[in-house]
Design a protein around this ligand. Structure first.
Ligand SMILES: [Zn+2]
Length: 319
């Protein structure tokens, strides 16, 4: 669900020219420099603006994020001239040349009565930036301050204290990396013998076990106390799959068949170690990995682990 609410101002020459925004290369962060003014206050102000050219796409306060100019239209946000370098207006972000208003979306952070960007406004602005990054296929390195573009002292709290701007971008990166929550049934493979509970807590009795390397389904839609419903061979129980220590996300094994008449799988990857299981020609086994000396680590019946040299004299991959 979007954190951004659309509340567009009317098309007008001063704050919503109605021009198409041809490309979005950056997200420009601003502050309103107007203590106590809410997102709604600014929306109404820009809707009635008649004496200068100014606007931004989104206004964020500690209650909401209002999009007042559609994200596919130009807002007059960052083409101001603060100083000249060799006779040309200072422009600090090459990707926004020659006019940033045609190459970026702008986000204004509102201030509380004391002139601070509150934690709620900061966090909501992070969510807004995350959404914009996803929409326009950008990353946190594409977020710039108005200051970076033209040299304007905006957002002043992040010009005075650049570590706040860094903290903002880091928060956006962390959220972009976070995985979406899972839903529905997902196959997982047990990394070890798992004791599945009758109820959704560790004191509940074990109702069945899943041998290591066996596949079960986790139902991410049925959750209680952090425990999820587990379905294994028609049986249902509860497990807290809190750690990737206990499950493989993908089937870690490759199916092999036995080619020798009688093949001994050993407890270690060397001749002379004890025999764990014996299989006959045509039997199958699941290979987990190849060891450094060329032996295969094999998942045997019941989840036992055995080893066999990787040679078609003994086993071969099932095509
Ligand atoms: Zn600004």
């Amino acid at each position: 669900m979007s954190v951004i609410k659309n509340d567009y101002i009317a098309v007008n020459p001063y704050s919503r020219p109605g021009l198409a925004l041809p490309v979005v290369n950056k997200i420009i962060m601003h502050y309103t420099a107007n203590n106590g003014g809410t997102a709604k206050n600014h929306r109404n102000y820009f809707n009635n603006l008649r004496d200068r050219y100014a606007s931004a796409h989104i206004f964020v306060d500690d209650k909401e994020a209002l999009c007042i100019v559609p994200l596919n239209e130009v807002a007059y946000q960052a083409n101001d001239v603060q100083r000249y370098i060799n006779g040309s207006a200072y422009r600090g972000v090459p990707a926004l040349l020659s006019n940033a208003n045609f190459k970026a979306v702008g986000v204004e952070m509102c201030l509380d009565k004391k002139g601070n960007i509150t934690a709620a406004t900061f966090n909501r602005s992070v969510d807004v930036a995350v959404e914009l990054c996803k929409k326009f296929k950008l990353s946190a390195t594409d977020i710039v301050r108005h200051y970076d573009v033209t040299g304007k002292n905006c957002p002043a709290p992040w010009v005075n204290n650049p570590s706040e701007f860094t903290r903002f971008k880091n928060a956006v990166t962390a959220k972009l990396k976070a995985r979406a929550p899972l839903h529905g049934l997902h196959w997982r493979w047990a990394r070890r013998t798992l004791y599945i509970r009758a109820g959704a807590n560790w004191n509940s009795k074990v109702t069945f076990t899943i041998p290591n390397y066996y596949a079960a389904q986790i139902n991410y839609d049925v959750e209680k106390n952090g425990f999820y419903q587990i379905i294994f061979q028609g049986k249902k129980g509860w497990y807290k799959p809190s750690s990737t220590l206990y499950w493989f996300e993908k089937n870690p094994t490759v199916k092999y068949e036995v080619t020798g008449e009688v093949v001994n799988f050993r407890a270690s990857y060397k001749w002379g170690s004890k025999v764990v299981q014996t299989k006959k020609k045509g039997d199958t086994a699941l290979v987990l990995r190849k060891m450094k000396n060329g032996w295969l680590q094999v998942v045997l019946t019941g989840g036992d682990i055995g080893y066999i040299p990787d040679s078609t004299k003994y086993v071969r991959k099932v095509a």
